[in-house]
Design a protein around this ligand. Structure first.
Ligand code: PLP
Length: 403
């Protein structure tokens, strides 16, 4: 297929990627974009006709297919139909949107909340709405791409501090002019490493240098805290974060993103953030599903406890076999492989033995730090986790990662 007969930079970039994908496929090392045909109980899936244990899902509390949540979505379709036909500001706001935002505000111990149609759009829009030219943003080097993109789009001075390095952050804050607006932003739980941001120190620095604090809770909602309400509960620091961002697509089995904050900030975002003003409202079924999911988390706190047990079993087991799981303390469990090739080969071994894990390679992580990125959920059975660890252990021995 030759659309253009040129050899410009775009053509070369496209070719570099298509060549890489083709090479991986030739060697049976390509595992991305595989369609799941069926979602089965106990975190199992049917892929390519085989039933596999799913270790790449973000459904941390196992809420996908929860009867109450499915029922709420179906009822919303019957009541409102399938779309909103417009943006929130005009005809798109339904009572279910307001109910959902009130629910999120309560769950997150905040005055108010606003939702967007994805987590990605939330970060992009919120960071670039709050910050602008002449302001300073301070972002952890391992922050999610949506935060990075929001910072770049804002036009603010962009300073990146070494991962979870509060001394480095303080140095950067100290060097910024004292009278400019400052925003410090980080993931609560890092999406490739599973470690937790040093919130207490970060809050202290934000107070000292008069900076706003925004935290992305994509991987801590439903995961951190006894009730699963997130990182403020985990550190017993309710009210410490100015702007609490999260997604409705991970623990919450829906789609969308939110910001929970004080009333003024939420009102401002409703009238100034472009992803809210210029993009259609969440579909009714997704809003209702998200709303019900928050209720289920509160009604079934055993899920959070179960997730913690499974996480301990999984990390402890992999470590005792000799794997390097980096600094994870959460349901995101990296299994360090080193070179990209090793991560791909580990994936092939695991998937051929019906354990669905995926590799993360450069440039998503630094070269030499390629890994399997496994996730564990409340829906996994302990003996199934044992089986997955046996498979990963066997693969690790075969590839020389462990003895
Ligand atoms: C997944 C994720 C997002 C984006 O959320 P979506 O709802 O999938 O767009 C944002 N931030 C972090 C840290 C994430 O892991």
């Amino acid at each position: 297929m030759d659309l253009h007969n040129t050899d410009d930079a775009v053509t070369r970039r496209i070719r570099a990627f298509t060549d890489r994908v083709a090479r991986l496929k030739e060697n049976d090392l390509y595992f991305y974009n595989q369609p799941v045909a069926e979602i089965l109980p106990g975190m199992k899936v049917r892929v390519n006709g085989r039933v596999m244990g799913m270790y790449a899902s973000y459904s941390y509390l196992g809420l996908i297919n929860h009867p109450r949540i499915n029922e709420a979505a179906k009822k919303a379709v019957d009541k409102y139909g399938t779309g909103t036909n417009g943006v929130r500001t005009l005809a798109g706001t339904l009572t279910i949107h307001n109910e959902l935002e009130e629910m999120i505000a309560n769950f997150k111990h905040a005055e108010a909340a606003v939702t967007y149609s994805s987590g990605y759009a939330t970060n992009l829009s919120v960071v670039s709405t709050l910050m602008g030219r002449g302001d300073y943003v301070f972002s952890d080097k391992l922050n999610h791409a949506s935060i990075v993109d929001g910072c770049l789009m804002s036009g603010a001075e962009f300073r990146r501090f070494r991962h979870n390095d509060m001394a480095h952050l303080e140095g950067l804050l100290k060097n910024a002019p004292p009278d400019v607006a400052k925003l410090v932003i980080a993931d609560s739980v890092f999406s490739m490493d599973g470690d937790i941001i040093d919130l207490p120190k970060m809050v202290e620095l934000c107070k000292k240098y008069n900076a706003w604090l925004m935290i992305d809770e994509a991987h801590s909602l439903g995961v951190l805290g006894k009730m699963g309400t997130g990182i403020e509960e985990h550190f017993d620091m309710y009210g410490a974060i100015d702007i609490k961002m999260g997604t409705l697509s991970k623990t919450i089995p829906s789609v969308g993103g939110y910001v929970a904050s004080n009333k003024e900030i939420v009102t401002y975002l409703r009238h100034a953030s472009r992803a809210y003003i210029f993009s259609a409202a969440l579909p009714p079924a997704q809003a209702a599903a998200a709303n019900e999911a928050f209720k289920v988390i509160l009604d079934e706190p055993w899920r959070v406890e179960r997730l913690n047990q499974n996480t301990r079993q999984f990390i402890g087991g992999l470590k005792s076999m000799g794997f390097d799981t980096m600094l994870t303390e959460t349901a995101i469990v990296p299994v360090l492989c080193g070179e990209d090739d090793v991560a791909f080969a580990m994936t092939r071994e695991a998937q051929h033995n019906d354990v669905f894990v995926l590799p993360v390679v450069s440039p998503a992580v630094p070269e030499g730090l390629a890994r399997l990125r496994a996730t564990v959920t409340a829906a996994h059975e302990p003996d199934e986790i044992e089986r997955a660890m046996d498979v990963i252990g066997e693969a690790g021995r075969k590839l020389g990662l462990i003895k």
